[in-house]
Design a protein around this ligand. Structure first.
Ligand code: DLL
Length: 436
């Protein structure tokens, strides 16, 4: 089966816009009547639900952001009564109150539908064994992928994250064919399989598809994961505030993430002027949920930076495509006045076969000048090289980093295994300037 829901995934642009308009009309009225926040914001902006007729009218509506969700913690943004809420999740914010998301039964069904569309687009079927190594719990990764894989009819192996030796044993013994986890954990799993004396990837591991998301990852990382795990690696995107994984996913063309725009309406805006940005130009991704009942969001600013492409994909889908996410605007580092995204550092490191792909950036300020250090891990086979060879590798990396970043970091080549591995979303940066 090529499509999970051909009608929605391949709908013509005009019909899709009509459907989106109808759903927007409904969701605006629904939230206006049920949630004080939307009523107040719309009144302040001088917009009434009657002003929203077509999807083009969306620009009349005010934006919202994470702070609004925090301010209404814990239940102020819920639009459905508690007896209709069947699940909570919460975002992994490190500071302050978490963002709580609430789902009705219909929301869970739509969420699983989004994941099922992604899985089908990757080529997953009910004959697959899907190992879910995203964390289960408040994080949406585990249960989100689980419900989607269950809907497709896969044999689901809910390992959650961590306990890597057991993950590999079960992957081997139950013949997992699909692996769902963060790309950084997949890299660690691949490395651990390589070190496992009882397991040979080609002989013992049946994986064929990777379902990777929850953090930015580069084409270089894709190549490494595909080679190391003998799979095709696909992107899956989503966020707690909008639902969880499965807001969109790639197809076999690996040429952008299709957003399921009958459920989640995307816009790209200039984060400074808040004006719409045309297709193909980078900006901040904004979402409006078109069917959610428990906790809908309207023009929610994700902070994720990307661009959109419209038109029929080679796979036949018309669902708008989103480019790989460069990072969140909050993750952008300003080092000596230059903007740097950790994903740019990753893209360079992944081009060099000498490295494991693990890196860690430390920023500090000494005598009022930013310091920019990057630890990069050498692969075992290069570690025993002569100092001369290691220095040559370092010089090559430095030159590449300077040309991509426009700023020279202090690179430290470190021993294999010395950078802490991540079971979930990897932490690549320590900014000590924040503590000063
Ligand atoms: O990370 C949901 C998810 C789980 C997506 C599993 C995919 C797979 P949050 O914890 O709320 O939800 O974090 C959402 O993670 O705004 C992006 O910044 C980032 N993110 C998620 N997927 C991707 C991706 C989940 N494929 C935030 N590429 C989002 C890049 C991603 N960044």
């Amino acid at each position: 089966m090529k499509y999970w829901n051909e009608k929605m995934e391949c709908m013509g642009a005009e019909d899709m816009r009509a459907l989106q308009g109808e759903r927007l009309r409904n969701i605006v009225r629904y939230t206006y009547e049920r949630v004080e926040f939307y009523r107040r914001r719309m009144d302040e902006a001088g917009v009434s639900p009657d002003d929203i007729q077509t999807i083009d009218d969306i620009v009349k509506l005010p934006f919202m952001q994470k702070k609004d969700l925090r301010d209404y913690y814990p239940t102020g943004m819920f639009a459905a009564p508690m007896d209709e809420i069947v699940r909570f999740h919460a975002s992994s914010g490190t500071t302050g109150k978490p963002i709580v998301a609430a789902y009705t039964a219909s929301d869970l069904d739509d969420w699983a539908e989004g994941v099922a569309r992604c899985l089908t687009a990757y080529g997953v079927t009910k004959d697959d064994v899907a190992q879910i190594s995203y964390g289960y719990g408040l994080f949406t990764g585990g249960l989100g992928a689980h419900d989607g894989a269950t809907k497709v009819g896969c044999s689901v192996l809910p390992t959650s994250s961590g306990n890597t030796a057991k993950q590999i044993m079960l992957m081997r013994d139950l013949g997992s064919t699909v692996l769902c986890c963060t790309p950084s954990y997949a890299l660690y799993l691949a490395e651990s399989i390589e070190q496992d004396k009882d397991t040979d990837v080609a002989r013992d591991i049946k994986l064929r598809i990777g379902v990777f998301g929850a953090e930015p990852w580069t084409e270089g990382m894709r190549k490494a994961l595909e080679e190391n795990l003998h799979i095709k690696a696909y992107d899956i995107y989503g966020l707690t505030e909008v639902s969880g994984p499965g807001v969109g996913g790639e197809c076999e063309c690996q040429d952008g993430t299709h957003i399921w725009e009958d459920l989640f309406y995307p816009e790209i805006i200039d984060p400074v002027t808040l004006q719409p940005v045309e297709d193909g130009k980078e900006g901040e991704l904004v979402f409006t949920t078109l069917s959610k009942e428990g906790m809908p969001v309207i023009r929610y600013r994700t902070r994720d930076l990307t661009h959109l492409t419209r038109g029929r994909c080679k796979c036949g889908r018309t669902a708008v495509r989103m480019a790989k996410i460069l990072g969140r605007s909050d993750d952008m580092l300003i080092i000596r006045g230059v903007n740097v995204f950790p994903s740019q550092v990753e893209s360079v490191i992944m081009q060099m076969p000498e490295f494991t792909g693990q890196y860690f950036i430390t920023l500090d300020r000494v005598n009022n000048i930013d310091t920019f250090d990057i630890d990069v891990e050498l692969k075992l086979e290069y570690h025993s090289d002569s100092i001369k060879n290691i220095n040559a590798i370092k010089a090559k990396l430095n030159a590449k980093l300077v040309s991509v970043l426009g700023i020279k970091p202090d690179v430290h080549i470190v021993e294999p295994g010395s950078i802490e591995r991540s079971m979930g979303k990897a932490k690549h940066v320590l900014d000590k300037r924040n503590f000063k």
